[in-house]
Design a protein. Structure first.
Length: 276
């Protein structure tokens, strides 16, 4: 089952009450596990051709759902990028399954699981106007997803390098890709895995993805704050996937055959925590 998040003033007003209840108790009492996901963050979290949630990080959350037992069903809640942390904080979703980077500021709103992936910022641009290093941004109209670490990286780097450019914030990736297609922005600056996924779908002749990363970021599942029992269940699920090698089938399903990048293999090894 899939629902679309429509926040209201009354929902936000009862945030403390919703978030304070122990997640495992509420989920098992209600029999419903609410999975927050993004519809436009392929290959990590997206809505597929059948209108169903899919992606590497969504699959990780389905493994968490299995750990909750056979009497719990999953309910997907679509959340826009600019409301994802509020959805967890206000109790409208139990877990956030999207490419969310861990930061200290975000830890003031939510907790995070063990890392789930390593990625970073990349650029989708026309081959006739390529953007391959930060200096290439000078004079450009740059699309970027608003209220993200990617936007912060872009703004900070332009300031540090004293480059003049026009930043065009967008609410979701679909809007960014549309602006790029219509030549209303020059490059689109986003998580490299996401822009690679778009390019590989086809329909983008004359465009290229930067070969280098403009930043490196660690993804994790966002969880309600101060709920140690639920976080332990999530971390135990992830650690078991990493430790047993079952993560390889999930990676292959999304990214195809082949060896993961060395930095991802290192992340998996480091977080393959023993049970005892």
């Amino acid at each position: 089952m899939t629902a679309t998040l429509r926040p209201s003033a009354s929902q936000a007003g009862c945030a403390g009450q919703a978030a304070s209840a122990a997640t495992l108790d509420r989920v098992r009492d209600s029999g419903v596990f609410r999975i927050g996901y993004r519809a436009d963050a392929k290959p990590y979290s997206y809505k597929n051709d059948r209108g169903q949630p899919a992606g590497y990080i969504v699959d990780l959350c389905l493994e968490v759902a299995k750990a909750l037992g056979p009497n719990v069903r999953s309910e997907f809640v679509e959340v826009p990028a600019d409301q994802r942390f509020e959805a967890i904080r206000d109790g409208r979703a139990d877990i956030l399954c999207d490419p969310t980077s861990i930061t200290m500021a975000r830890r003031e709103m939510v907790d995070f699981s063990l890392p789930t992936f390593l990625d970073g910022a990349g650029v989708l641009s026309r081959t006739s106007k390529p953007v391959r290093v930060f200096e290439d941004f000078a004079g450009k109209r740059i699309g970027v997803l608003e209220r993200t670490t990617t936007e912060e990286t872009l703004r900070g780097s332009l300031t540090e390098l004293a480059l003049k450019a026009t930043i065009v914030p967008v609410r979701d990736h679909r809007a960014g890709f549309s602006l790029l297609s219509d030549d209303k922005i020059d490059p689109y600056f986003a998580d490299r895995g996401i822009v690679m996924g778009i390019l590989q779908e086809g329909g983008w002749p004359g465009f290229e993805v930067s070969k280098s990363y403009f930043s490196y970021e660690t993804y994790a599942l966002a969880l309600p704050r101060d709920d140690g029992a639920f976080r332990l269940l999530v971390d135990r699920t992830l650690a078991q996937l990493y430790r047993t090698g079952k993560i390889n089938a999930i990676l292959e399903k999304t990214f195809g055959r082949g060896q993961p990048p060395d930095m991802l293999k290192a992340m998996i090894l480091i977080n393959s925590l023993p049970e005892k």
